[in-house]
Write a protein of this length. Structure first.
Length: 110
């Protein structure tokens, strides 16, 4: 992963090719000391949220995706991937703006 600066938008982290996150799955990346889960939906959409479940620290990148919601693999708590909002009463997740440019995942940390 490499970081570049987008003037006026803050750091942009190049996480690598989208092909490393198969459609319908998530992968965890270390970004500036924080674990970020990047999800590639079957619709083609890509979302980035905190990779650690706030309930018991479960690995959200390993969670099941149901449409646009991720389910924690430990206790099935649910969050909306686009907003990080909890659907099960847990604290919301942090989200990052993410885009795919020329097949490469770019995470905006500002």
């Amino acid at each position: 992963m490499t970081a570049v600066t987008d003037p006026g938008a803050g750091p942009v982290h190049r996480l690598g090719p989208l092909s490393q996150v198969p459609a319908g799955e998530g992968r965890a990346f270390g970004v500036d000391g924080t674990q970020v889960a990047v999800f590639h939906l079957r619709t083609g959409a890509v979302h980035a949220v905190s990779a650690v479940c706030p309930h018991k620290g479960g690995p959200l990148a390993d969670g099941q995706i149901d449409g646009s919601i991720v389910l924690c693999p430990l206790h099935l708590n649910a969050w909306e991937l686009a907003t990080g909002c909890s659907r099960s009463g847990q604290p919301d997740l942090r989200t990052w703006r993410v885009e795919v440019v020329d097949g490469e995942i770019l995470l905006h940390s500002a």
